[in-house]
Design a protein around this ligand. Structure first.
Ligand SMILES: NC(=O)c1ccc[n+]([C@@H]2O[C@H](COP(=O)([O-])OP(=O)(O)OC[C@H]3O[C@@H](n4cnc5c(N)ncnc54)[C@H](OP(=O)(O)O)[C@@H]3O)[C@@H](O)[C@H]2O)c1
Length: 322
């Protein structure tokens, strides 16, 4: 099969051996693959795949099942699916544990389905199962126009929460409003912590910045607020204002999806099942939609990375396999 191979940070299409399904795995003939920031980090040598995972880039795909390993039940050859991967998505075929495979929600086309696994599993697990956002609460989402941000906004809005977002331009904030955000903050101009305080404080913050925002995030939280950090774009080391943490009874949490085991508490099987139960009915009801900014052919993966790096994308960037 063809796959994207990384050599000294250059990406090229090469012939590599087809994957065969181990026990408990299925093989998917890939139709589309999501592009994630993690892929760009891995390409630069800064985010190695977890032990045992494919060296090929790519954390999510959509496509059709073409082979079943032993001990797989519930799936058949020809099923149209999307899947969460530990790696291997930038290819014509990928093997994946059956528990990480999801039906394509009714009403979603097969290419757009590749925009769902990473954002849906990340947002559902962090915002709801980890930070326990509930109806009527206020969620602050940093990077509201990102793939994660556009999905988190729609899901939280559909679940009856209020949403505040940060973004860099008015055009991005306008799109966030369309997805259900009501407090729109241009972080290049405005002090998000002050705006949140003026609105009673955030009950939950979904943060992708890390160190640079830690202190302001703590200020922006209301009493009993929960900060869940899923990205480190603004660095990894910062001082924690412990006085405020105690006074406001705050929780600070961090998670990553890729490194989770397949099975066991908090494993990918559990995350995928909970995500499908929570989010798929809302997608099928038209309350949450995949947000695809642009698609590129698999061979143009480098151009897709450049586009994600440009900061111009709103929602997800995808690769398509002809
Ligand atoms: N822990 C996990 O399991 C997990 C899983 C998936 C993704 N993630 C993380 O989630 C983040 C989003 O990923 P993605 O693939 O959806 O999109 P992405 O393209 O990585 O999005 C980056 C976002 O960061 C925003 N941003 C940059 N500087 C900012 C600042 N100072 N304040 C607020 N926003 C800022 C950008 O918006 P502007 O253009 O408006 O600046 C852009 O929307 C990434 O950091 C990724 O690593 C984590």
């Amino acid at each position: 099969m063809k796959a994207i191979v990384v050599e000294s940070e250059n990406l090229s299409v090469q012939d590599v051996p087809d994957p065969s399904p181990a026990a408990g795995e299925v093989v998917i003939d890939v139709v589309a693959a999501g592009v994630n920031r993690a892929d760009i980090l891995q390409r630069a040598g800064n985010y190695p795949p977890p032990p045992g995972a494919s060296e090929t880039l790519g954390l999510e795909v959509s496509g059709r099942i073409s082979a079943l390993g032993d001990q797989v039940s519930g799936w058949a050859v020809g099923d149209e699916v999307c899947a969460l991967l530990a790696g291997g998505g930038y290819a014509e075929k990928v093997a994946v544990p059956a528990e990480q495979v999801m039906q394509v929600p009714r009403g979603v086309d097969l290419v757009s389905a590749a925009a769902l696994p990473e954002v849906a599993c990340t947002v559902s697990s962090n915002v709801f199962d980890t930070a326990h956002l509930s109806t009527g609460e206020l969620l602050l989402i940093h990077g509201g126009s990102s793939g994660i941000g556009t999905h988190a906004t729609q899901l939280a809005h559909a679940m009856g929460a209020r949403v505040a977002v940060t973004a860099r331009t008015q055009a991005k904030l306008d799109r966030c409003r369309e997805y259900g955000a009501e407090i729109l903050i241009d972080y290049t101009r405005d002090d998000f912590a002050q705006i949140l305080k003026d609105n009673g404080g955030a009950d939950v913050i979904l943060d992708i910045i890390g160190a640079k925002y830690l202190s302001s995030n703590i200020k922006a939280l209301s009493t009993d607020g929960r900060l869940v950090i899923i990205g480190m774009q603004g660095g990894t080391k910062a001082e924690l204002p412990i006085g405020l943490l105690l006074a406001k009874r705050l929780s600070v949490m961090g998670t990553t999806l890729r490194a989770r085991p397949v099975h066991g508490p908090g494993g990918k099987a559990e995350v995928v099942a909970a995500t499908m139960a929570r989010t798929w009915p809302l997608i099928e009801a038209g309350k949450v939609e995949p947000v695809v900014d642009r698609t590129f052919p698999l061979a143009d993966a480098a151009a897709a990375h450049d586009h994600l790096n440009s900061g111009d994308a709103i929602g997800k960037v995808l690769l398509t396999v002809e």
